[in-house]
Write a protein that binds this ligand. Structure first.
Ligand code: GDP
Ligand code: ZN
Length: 270
């Protein structure tokens, strides 16, 4: 196991998963990040406890992989909709992963089929019964995948399962936040033998949308697309207005109520 620690000096920007950097080896070859190269895309959230601050989580990502467990912890589908919103905002492909299928007692596919119907592929896994191993290896096989999931859904276990004897490469980056406070975040980027890089940001509990104005929120729900612009009022918020095409589609069962309720929650508090 090779652990790399790269220190970083005097760069305003934090270094995040997926960043391409220029490293100065230094006299003793400990390595210093000299420069963070321009980012092709950025995954950010609202900093926990500070709605005015952006927290950059990752960059140069090829695919976002929200990870949920069937149980333990109980899935928070509103959190999934926020993760999907972050990915939609960056036009990134998404693939949902449902782990701990060995704990399934019956109803998870009632929910996941809602997401499959609107075009988000879902992969079902169990590291206990080896379900879905080939499918996940294929999914991660190229580019950089970013795992997003609550603590305990099994992200670390999944990585160890895919790559026994994991040659884990980790980096501890001391972030200097805008207010000058130092916090240490443990970032993990694993390089799989079969190809592909997988990033994980342990310990992230919430995914509040950053940099999105309320008027943009409907666009983050891809199945709303055909109905946007069809409401009676051109400035319809799709909340209480009469003759709202989105609400009519919910009533007709063409948009899932679960997703619409998520829309309302995100609208209230991003
Ligand atoms: P992380 O916080 O997302 O990295 O989650 P961990 O990888 O630490 O896993 C949390 C717990 O879930 C551990 O006790 C694992 O053994 C357990 N776990 C992981 N995958 C599965 C699974 O497929 N089925 C079951 N039943 N437990 C699992
Ligand atoms: Zn409307």
């Amino acid at each position: 196991q090779r652990v790399q620690r790269v220190r970083k000096v005097k760069i305003k920007d934090p270094v995040v998963i997926g960043d391409h950097v220029i490293i100065d080896p230094g006299d003793d070859y400990t390595g210093m990040v000299r420069e963070v190269l321009p980012r092709r895309n950025k995954i950010s959230r609202m900093a926990a406890g500070d709605s005015r601050r952006e927290q950059l989580l990752a960059a140069n990502i090829d695919r976002v992989v929200p990870v949920f467990a069937v149980a333990n912890p109980t899935p928070d589908w509103n959190m999934l909709d926020r993760m999907l919103g972050i990915a939609e905002w960056q036009d990134l492909p998404v693939s949902i992963l449902i782990n701990k299928m060995d704990l399934e007692t019956g109803s998870v596919r009632d929910i996941t089929s809602i997401y499959e119907r609107i075009g988000y592929p879902v992969t079902y896994t169990s590291t206990e019964t080896d379900l879905g191993k080939d499918a996940v290896s294929d999914l991660f096989g190229s580019g950089t995948s970013l795992l997003m999931g609550a603590s305990g859904v099994g992200k670390s276990t999944l990585l160890n399962w895919l790559q026994p004897g994991l040659k884990l490469r980790t980096g501890e980056v001391s972030h200097v936040m805008g207010d000058g406070k130092h916090t240490t975040t443990h970032l993990q980027l694993v390089s799989l033998d079969g190809g592909g890089l997988v990033g994980d940001i342990p310990g992230v509990k919430e995914f509040k949308l950053w940099g999105i104005v309320p008027e943009d929120i409907p666009e983050l729900f891809r199945e709303f697309g055909p109905y946007i612009g069809q409401c009676k009022f051109s400035d319809c918020l799709h909340i209480h207005e009469p003759s709202c095409a989105i609400k009519e589609a919910v009533d007709a069962g063409d948009i899932s109520d679960l997703r619409y309720q998520s829309y309302l929650r995100i609208r209230k508090s991003p």
